[in-house]
Design a protein around this ligand. Sequence first.
Ligand code: DOR
Ligand code: ZN
Length: 351
Amino acid sequence: MAQTLTISRPDDWHLHLRDGDMLRAVLPETYRDFARALIMPNLVPPITTAQEARDYKDRINALLPEGSSFEPRMTLYLTENTVPSDVRHAHENDVIQAVKLYPAGATTNSASGVTNFERITETLETMADIGCPLCVHGEVTDPDIDIFDREAVFIERVLQPIKSQHPKLNIVMEHITTQDAVDFVAQCDDSVGATITMHHLFINRNHILAGGIRPHYYCLPVAKREEHRQALRKAATSGNRKFFLGTDSAPHLDSLKEQACGCAGCFTATNTMPLVAQVFDEEGALDRLEAFTSLNGAAFYKVPKNRETLTLERSEHPVAFPKSIESATGPVTVFDPGQDIYWRVAREKQQ
Ligand code: DOR
Ligand code: ZN
């Protein structure tokens, strides 16, 4: 008999769904396995007001099948012009559950992000006051800083000062990629957590660059050395409640990734759960999978764990996953772990 594992239905605490044709194509890949997802606001133009967040949520909900209980949880894109009372209002009325900080120019559609961090002080004060979490893209954008050092330098120059200035503020350091980030988050009090993606548990920088350049492994923050990947696997499988799953699944058309200047993002929604199960199996930590995918994030965001479940099963033979999904404007490649995977979601056993 195949080995099975039933866990509370997981949540994705960091997800890019885009809009229009792309939203339509990628949304089923997430609601199939996940109960809730925190939706990133880096649309073009970004979601900066409560009304925009409300409208975007309506567009997502309109594409859910009849009877779906999937819950998109919305975020606002923090700019230097964000009005603190708007954030208060949006959070108090449950329109948004978090605010996202992008340093200007750090990643895809981050041009409206923050350049001068002093200009967001009042907003952060308000957020600390009302208990609205700040989700942080943790990379400096200074061209003098090597891309592989940008996360570590961000902790020192930006995150640590923000934390000292706003000790009560709940902060999620998103998609961490380094031992430095693991250590920083681990030594903070419980107001600071971190998301870890599935793909950073599989790839290091060699996977992107050795033996040819692999555009579908390029994302930001970029994968680092092997020792950092190992640190992430250790943190994710540790059971430490500060670490939880945020896929950062970020669809881009293949035509935009496979070119002279390809954009950043790995599309992982389709196979995240089997691949995460594979990692926990390899690390001898299947008993802690549920904490990482379904409990720790819910506890951080102060929502109950999901009552529905998801069952995973271990197959005797390697499992095949779709190579890509189709959108109306072209294919989007699904993340390829580059190794055999023995886990799959047991669809027929789901409620
Ligand atoms: O690789 C990434 N892609 N990192 C991000 O932070 C943004 C994302 C996107 O929106 O494509
Ligand atoms: Zn992201």
